[in-house]
Design a protein around this ligand. Sequence first.
Ligand code: NOJ
Length: 555
Amino acid sequence: MIEDLWYKNAVIYSLDLETFMDVNSDGTGDFGGLARRLDYLHALGVDTLWLAPFQPTPNKDNGYDISDYYGVDPRHGSSGDFVEFMHQAKKRGFKVIIDLVVNHTSNKHPWFQDARSSKDARHRDWYVWSEDKPSDWDEGMVFPGVQKSTWTYDKKAKAYFYHRFYDFQPDLNMDNPEVRAEIRRIIGFWLELGVAGFRVDAVPFILETPAPGKAKPTMNFEYLREMRRFLQWRRGDAVLLGEANVLPEESQKYFGHEGDGIQLMFNFYVNQHAFYALATADTEPLAEALEATKDLFFTAQWAQFLRNHDELDLGRLTEEQRQKVFSRFGPDKNMQLYDRGIRRRLSPMLGNRPQVELAYSLMFSLPGTPVIRYGDEIGMGDDLSLNERDAVRTPMQWSADPQAGFSRGKKLIHPVINEGPYAYTHVNVENQRRDPDSLLNWMTALIRLRKECPEIGWGKWQLLQTGFKEVLCICYCWKGNSLVVLHNFNEKAYEVEIDLKQQPGDKLIDLMNNFEGEADGKGKQHITLDAYGYRWFRTGDLSYQLFGEQQVEPE
Ligand code: NOJ
């Protein structure tokens, strides 16, 4: 049954154990804390949790430097605590996705320690080496300005090793079949413990075969298909959600032409153009980005998001577009990172509630599966005094109690935000639960609305002309229902006329207010939108009018 593709109508919540909830008072969040907060997440309405890496790690890159793939870092609890958490999550119907970080290991991983010990070491060929200094040793860095090279000399190994990311994250050699077999073992291990899939870190870099002096490495997409096949043999409904910030024309290769690649990919391209629209009120580039990422095989799906645990990457915009987003959302040098991004949370960037609502309403209405980031549901802020991306990784603000109710520990993993408009004393879950007009309650209603609109995850869609570049209108059709969603990116109100090719008198039912629109004598709808306004409507089947055919759904 096609409905078995559960991810098509899921709402994903991403969190980092470290900063979510600490019950043992050591200053770092843990599985015990997360388990206690499952009822909160259930009430919020999300149904899938994506956990950032929690395996043993020296923790020099927020856990993305793993030193044992088969364990739980003691700071977060034990394997027993993980299984107990999984049990509690399952009881409430949650699916749990975990990070799969296999482009590289930590340099403290025993495989790397062995690999560097001698040329004949058992794991030598698990990594990528060069005897001589590669001519491109300082090219291709992912973190420009902070990371100095991609090839670094290791004295013990007497060779240079390759690292796409920091020098403490040596890349695994994917061309080695033993490495790929080990990755399958890792996948198999966590599937056996009940996870529903993996957020695959750094997918393009996993697939490349780096070689000294070779500017454009070969990409091997068969490795992705191999991973997918294994995943599905082991668990039919498990998914891979890929992190691949690639151009639209490249993305088909990741999904696989017949859906034999990864099922889900973050839509970085639409994300960046959505921020451009938010910054300038011009939705045309966003509309083009949506069109460019449109035609997918029916099992493939975009994951739509606004912010994540990294910088807001604007690298796919033109220089002029990027500068406009910088000047509106990250004007100070200290807000910018890696020459391409902004290290801020959503609320302080947008600065006002109407635009925050607009941004989230948009994100939840975009074709695909929405992913939200812990703390964004209450409008948490950032701490620009912290290092690089840590600015957006401060502890969850649960209450006005000391340390935001996150921990009773003496020293926290990251400080809580305790001053300014985003301090935990003002911005916290407890306050917002009691306030009917809070962002939290608004978000809970939006999540529920999204769950009630499966057309968005499943349906065919089309952008409709509104006559104003500031107003985006998208229409979905699925199983005899249609949905029309409009967003006004400007600070002034509009009345727009849209042509749904209806009959005079045909209705549009507003899903957020008690309101019915009626098509005029020519069958056109007239819709008003406040400044930064958004409206969601349902109507009868428009698939014939919009797509020229009655839709036949795959079974
Ligand atoms: C992407 C992750 O999102 C980021 O946080 C990390 O630093 C790199 N991959 C390296 O694993």
